[in-house]
Design a binder for this molecule. Structure first.
Ligand code: NAP
Length: 699
């Protein structure tokens, strides 16, 4: 007879592993040891036994399942956001719950759009309104139509344009929704501030699109589109727009503008005097200890620590430092394509970090948290906390770029010299005198926060407030200089060390390139590693290898073409028909900075590059640039483009080179295609739309 006791014993005695498995296994073992004859004569289980067994098994399963559910399952939680299950995706409900009437959405790639959104949402308070900054990726944007449910409501959009007129990653879904929706946005008040750079072909395309599309959908533009140009003075554009925007809003909503300038802290300081150091962030972007136990998939919040296997100087002479690095991605499951970008997270110079600690008289190794005073906010801390000031200043905060005017404004209260205080506040205003002072003292003199503290000795802010105000240190993107077909486990980077002396005589070094230069392959038997992830791009070789390609990339603009050349060589080796592969590159002196000379000459010798054109700009009296060589080869070029369907690629400086090269193509189309300038411009535009004229340019 099946005994209750037996089952009971098994359940009670079951160790940590599954109680159900132990029980069933034991029952099976018990029954299998019974002689067959006995089974026939005397059935092992009566109906009651079976009923009891089923009931008990059911209870065990129920107990097991409910116990499992009650146990918190550890999962990756983004630091700046609570886990998705607890996150409010309805911004309307959130606004209603917290009495807010203004929502400021941002499309931000490098953090500036987000910074502006935070500033605008903070401003609202000054005008008797209540705002919240919101990442469109975190909310259901189709709820926009419900905004009118909130009285005197307004949606502000700070929209950055990325790459070739693209939305930023976090605004992609919103952009797709805007394109597809035919929903009505009647009664929705909105305004847009666009962030971009005039040197790019599609200047502020995203901001302009959102502005136009919202109107088409029936929303009401309550203030004109603001245009911020990072090639000029983005901060000034924003401050000027904002100063006109708020009074107009007050008038629109009939609100009495207090305009009271007040400094409001967003985060409160918590010092941890007795904390388990295993719980303290040491530079991780997302999961705590993610640098010690690395788990794919790797992305912006979870970068892979790639060991540096090669770091060599590329130039033979000259006072610059051009470098080639290779990082190993073996075992990371990271995949890339030629033309993609590798993003790396640099760290700040320890000399500057130490100097900041010294000048502010603080122990940089104190462990702290900055906790958001707004408990409803999705962003709990400005950077991963708890951490030390040293880690925050080294890994998380941008201490090198000249600070924006809002930082100066907020810090002014700590200047004991009233003149300093006045000047700092003035710089944050839109008064011409203030703007001119900011332009000269901060921008033209290139003063970072350390230089400002050194030059204004009366200014000694508390370090926690400084850390609250500094923007986040951003990942830097490099065009990958290798092909995954040839180097599936390594990624190549080509970069030039940025170093210059400011007007105040301070030697300033580029954060990322200085850090990369110092990534020695074997560093005291330690592997030098680079936290990295891949950003996909549209810069792609033609689908049909038989199409000719024309690559134009002077200086470090050669980077993606090293990948393209490797890939065309590989395709040839596979027996594919590969079209003409023409390279236009350039450097200052042949004997000095002819990047990858050996590799390029070898590729030409083996026929992978069908024509190598190098412009040595300073080896003769008159400058020779890539565009001069393009003009020299115009007949061939026109045939390749017009008859043979060539794909054109430009990489490098956006401000001058890319523009001058484009003009050269216009001229060739005019001369050999018999076109007017307008027709030639349209012709190149069409090539762009068809993906046959692609640019990977920076300014
Ligand atoms: P570079 O060595 O300074 O320049 C490469 C070649 O391009 C030189 O022969 C240069 O000639 C020539 N050149 C200058 N103006 C030109 C124009 N309008 N059209 C065509 N060719 C021109 O190159 P680099 O060091 O790679 O830097 C290129 C540019 O990109 C620089 O402005 C640099 O600051 C910038 N850059 C930016 C980043 C970034 O991430 N933001 C990274 C790397 C480089 P001359 O110098 O003799 O006039």
């Amino acid at each position: 007879m099946f005994t209750f006791k037996a089952t009971g014993r098994n359940v009670v005695q079951s160790p940590k592993h599954s109680a159900l498995c132990v029980t069933m296994a034991d029952v099976e073992a018990e029954s299998s040891t019974q002689p067959e004859a006995m089974e026939e004569e005397n059935p092992l289980f009566s109906n009651l036994d079976l009923f009891l067994f089923t009931l008990i098994a059911g209870l065990i399963i129920y107990w097991f399942m409910s116990r499992k559910k009650a146990e918190p399952i550890p999962e990756f939680k983004k630091l700046d956001q609570p886990a998705p299950s607890t996150q409010e995706t309805s911004f309307i409900e959130k606004m209603k719950k917290t009495g807010r009437n203004i929502v400021v959405f941002y499309g931000s790639q490098t953090g500036t759009g987000e910074e502006f959104a935070n500033r605008l949402s903070k401003d609202a308070q000054r005008y008797g309104m209540k705002g919240m900054a919101a990442d469109p990726e975190e909310y259901d944007m189709s709820e926009l139509s419900r905004l009118a449910e909130i009285g005197n409501s307004l949606a502000i959009f700070c929209m950055a344009t990325y790459g070739e007129g693209d939305p930023t990653d976090n605004a992609q879904d919103f952009y797709d929704w805007l394109q597809e929706t035919d929903g009505q946005l009647d009664g929705v008040n909105y305004t847009v501030f666009a962030l971009g750079n005039k040197t790019y072909e599609h200047y502020n395309a995203m901001g302009a699109y959102v502005d136009k599309r919202l109107e088409e959908l029936g929303a009401k533009r309550v203030f004109d589109l603001g245009m911020g140009d990072d090639d000029g003075n983005l901060e000034e554009d924003f401050v000027t727009w904002r100063e006109q925007f708020w009074p107009a809003m007050c008038e629109h909503f009939g609100v009495e503008a207090s305009g009271e300038d007040s400094s409001v802290r967003q985060y409160e300081l918590k010092e941890h005097n007795d904390i388990n150091m295993n719980k303290v962030y040491t530079g991780e972007l997302g999961r705590l200890k993610s640098f010690e136990t690395q788990k794919p998939p790797f992305d912006a919040k979870n970068p892979f620590l790639a060991p540096v296997t090669v770091n060599r100087k590329l130039n033979k002479a000259g006072d610059r430092h051009l470098m080639h690095l290779e990082v190993d991605i073996t075992g990371s499951k990271i995949r890339y394509e030629s033309g993609d970008h590798v993003a790396v997270y640099p760290t700040n110079d320890t000399v500057i970090v130490n100097r900041l600690g010294q000048i502010l008289g603080v122990d940089l190794d104190s462990v702290i948290s900055l906790n958001n005073l707004d408990e409803e906010s999705n962003k709990k801390h400005p950077f991963p906390c708890p951490t030390t000031y040293r880690t925050a200043l080294t890994h998380y905060l941008d201490i090198i770029h000249p600070p924006r005017t809002n930082v100066l404004y907020e810090l002014a209260q700590y200047a004991t010299d009233l003149k300093d205080q006045e000047n700092m506040r003035k710089m944050a205003s839109s008064a011409p005198e203030g703007k001119a002072l900011y332009q000269s003292f901060v921008l033209e003199d290139n003063r970072n926060i350390l230089a400002i503290l050194e030059d204004l000795p009366s200014l000694r802010p508390p370090i926690d407030h400084l850390c609250e105000l500094m923007p986040r240190l951003q990942a830097r993107y490099y065009s990958i200089a290798s092909s995954s077909k040839v180097h599936p486990n390594s990624i190549h980077i080509c970069a030039v060390l940025v170093e210059y002396t400011t007007k105040t005589g301070r030697l300033t070094k580029g954060v990322a390139t200085t850090w990369l230069k110092n990534k020695l392959v074997a560093d005291n038997a330690h592997k030098s590693t680079v936290p990295m992830y891949i950003r996909k791009s549209q810069f792609r070789l033609p689908f049909k290898a038989s199409n000719p390609v024309i690559m134009v990339g002077p200086g470090t603009g050669i980077a993606p073409f090293m990948g393209f050349i490797q890939e065309r060589g590989w395709l040839k080796e596979q027996g594919k028909e590969v079209g003409e592969t023409v390279l236009y590159c350039g450097c200052r002196h042949k004997e000095e900075d002819y990047l990858y000379q050996e590799e390029l000459e070898e590729a030409e010798k083996t026929g992978v590059i069908t024509k190598l054109n190098v412009a040595f700009s300073r080896d003769q009296e008159q400058k020779v640039y890539v565009q001069h060589l393009l003009r020299t080869n115009k007949v061939d070029l026109w045939r390749q483009i017009h008859t043979d369907n060539a794909h054109i690629y430009i990489c490098g400086d956006a401000r001058n080179m890319a523009r001058d090269v484009q003009t050269a193509f216009y001229e060739i189309a005019e001369e050999l295609g018999g076109m007017t300038r307008t027709q030639a411009t349209d012709y190149i535009k069409k090539l762009m739309t068809k993906g046959r004229y692609s640019q990977d340019v920076w300014s």
